[in-house]
Design a protein around this ligand. Structure first.
Ligand code: SAM
Length: 290
């Protein structure tokens, strides 16, 4: 397979772009495992981010009802039509995933020819330079996806999976935990790609919650509190929340809120569970409404 990828790139005269995070998977077994992890059926529409030369896309197209593949690189978007010529259920969109109105673009592909609604799954070997913004966009956009199977840098996977108290636990862990149940599928070493990335990779599956694990009175306020708590992670929670300056309460009010929800003001934000962040944000919401 490695030889195939090299041959295709040579034939098309394409030099992988480092700035676009172009590291192409060359290991058929890894491609197979990613596809299996998504548990695709003909009733699924897959959103693939960054199809590249279509090596993962062809696996997805075999099992899913339809694949919508968004590729920023014009050179690749053009040749993908030829590379995937046998797959009539693949739709290529030449665009930046971060700028796309995903709900609008996906709408025409969310029903099968007989009118049955399809489920949405996201599968991607992500370009690492935009991993976090892409994940946040997918989680926050209310796409109603069932699951996401994504390859990310190993360190990012650790942050996504982290529990309170550790060095990896941060705003990304809280966001991922609020929207989904994450599972590690497999680690992937650099020699499974051309060119080889300078980091190890991990495939993660996120099962999106229909109902989040905590009830929030104001979701934006919850994420503001989380951002403030991790903005200055070496500071105490009281100081970090106060210094952020955008949560709308003064130091005395924050002290009172922390006491009310039973959190020691000297604790650091990195020790709080999602449930505690939710409690704090809900109390703050009530206070600001008064
Ligand atoms: N899917 C292929 C594979 O697994 O071998 C390629 C994956 S490669 C890591 C990432 C792909 O994302 C590249 O094809 C790159 O051009 C594309 N890409 C980079 N930035 C993008 C963006 N903002 N929107 C859409 N695609 C992007």
């Amino acid at each position: 397979m490695e030889a195939d990828v090299r041959r295709i790139l040579r034939k098309l005269n394409i030099r992988p772009s480092k700035s676009l995070g172009q590291n192409f998977l060359t290991d058929g077994w890894v491609l197979q495992r990613i596809t299996e992890a998504a548990e695709l059926t003909p009733n699924d529409t897959v959103l693939e981010i960054g199809p590249g030369i279509g090596n993962l896309t062809s696996y997805l197209a075999e099992d899913a009802g339809c694949v919508v593949a968004v590729e920023i690189d014009k050179r690749l978007a053009q040749v993908l039509h030829d590379l995937l010529i046998g797959y009539r259920n693949v739709h290529i969109i030449n665009a930046d995933i971060l700028r796309l109105d995903l709900k609008k673009e996906l709408a025409p592909f969310m029903t099968s020819p007989d009118g049955t609604p399809r489920s949405l799954k996201v599968v991607a070997n992500l370009p690492y330079y935009i991993t976090t913004p892409v994940i946040m966009k997918l989680l926050e956009n209310g796409l109603d996806a069932e699951c996401m199977v994504i390859m990310v840098q190993k360190e990012v996977a650790a942050r996504m999976m982290a529990k309170p108290g550790g060095k990896d636990y941060g705003a990304l862990s809280v966001s991922v935990g609020y929207y989904s149940r994450p599972t590690v599928i497999m680690d992937v070493p650099p020699d499974c790609f051309i060119p080889q990335p300078g980091v190890d990779s991990t495939v993660v599956r996120l099962d999106l919650y229909k109902t989040p694990p905590v009830e929030l009175k104001d979701r934006d306020l919850f994420f503001k509190v989380v951002k403030a708590a991790f903005g200055q992670r070496r500071k105490t929670l009281l100081n970090a929340l106060n210094n952020a300056g955008y949560i709308g309460a003064d130091k005395e009010q924050i002290r009172m809120l922390l006491e009310r929800v039973g959190i020691d003001e000297m604790q650091r934000g990195e020790t709080l569970s999602i449930q505690q962040f939710a409690q704090l944000a809900n109390e703050l919401h009530d206070l600001l409404k008064q």
